[in-house]
Design a protein around this ligand. Structure first.
Ligand code: URA
Length: 216
């Protein structure tokens, strides 16, 4: 007899992206793979348009995100939304999520172990969504998705990020930019803000170009 979770499953080419997203959220929603599960209120997934071609990836939920169950709803998210508007990126042009789904205590950066344990979640999200481009917000997202470190070296450059999903290597165009909380700490630094606006535009443009599957 057909199993309804398989019918809507991540592997089923007939299931809609929305159904597959729901399945990923169900699979990871009660995750206890690491100790962050004990301090979180809920696992935070994404917001925006999962059918779009641009995935924006931050670091980890903060207090407000943990409370509301949505990424980038706190003060750094508000600032980032303003810059997206200045860059001409509409809310339906992207889907925004984080490298890890649970809030670390005192908003400390996630450890390498926590990132590794949660990597299957972001891999599933990106594997199903199949964006053409990623915009990586800050050093943690840059390192997790590309293996590169030092945001100041790679900010604004056209990069590539690869994941292995269901045995296939998926490669995306990627752009790294400064994390919105860094922008908040440097509020009024026009040069910095203009760099971020340019990076948002670059990633948006790349999302309208092409992506490819290595080895095809
Ligand atoms: N809020 C998020 O959802 N992610 C961040 O990286 C920072 C704030």
């Amino acid at each position: 007899m057909a199993n309804s979770s398989l019918l809507g499953g991540e592997n089923n080419p007939m299931a809609s992206k929305q159904k597959k997203l729901e399945l990923i959220e169900k699979t990871w929603g009660d995750c206890e793979r690491c100790d962050l599960a004990t301090g979180r209120k809920q696992v935070v997934f994404g917001k925006g348009n999962f059918e779009s071609k641009l995935a924006i990836i931050g670091e980890a939920p903060g207090a407000q995100e943990d409370e509301e169950g949505k990424p980038f709803v706190g003060s750094s998210g508000v600032r980032f939304d303003e810059l997206c508007e200045e860059a001409g990126l509409e809310p339906w042009d992207s889907y925004i999520c984080n490298v890890i789904g649970c809030r670390p205590p005192n908003n400390r950066p996630p450890s390498d172990e926590e990132i590794e344990v949660c990597f299957g979640r972001i891999t599933s999200l990106l594997g199903v969504m199949k964006p053409k481009a990623l915009l990586l917000l800050g050093g943690t997202a840059l390192r997790a998705m590309t293996g590169l470190s030092k945001i100041t070296t790679y900010q604004g450059k056209e990069l590539q990020a690869s994941i292995t999903w269901q045995g296939q290597v998926l490669t995306f165009a990627a752009v790294a930019t400064f994390h919105p909380s860094y922008l908040l700490r440097n509020r009024g630094d026009k040069e910095l803000e203009n760099k971020v606006i340019r990076d948002i535009r670059l990633a948006h443009g790349l999302s309208k170009g092409s992506s490819w599957v290595e080895g095809d």
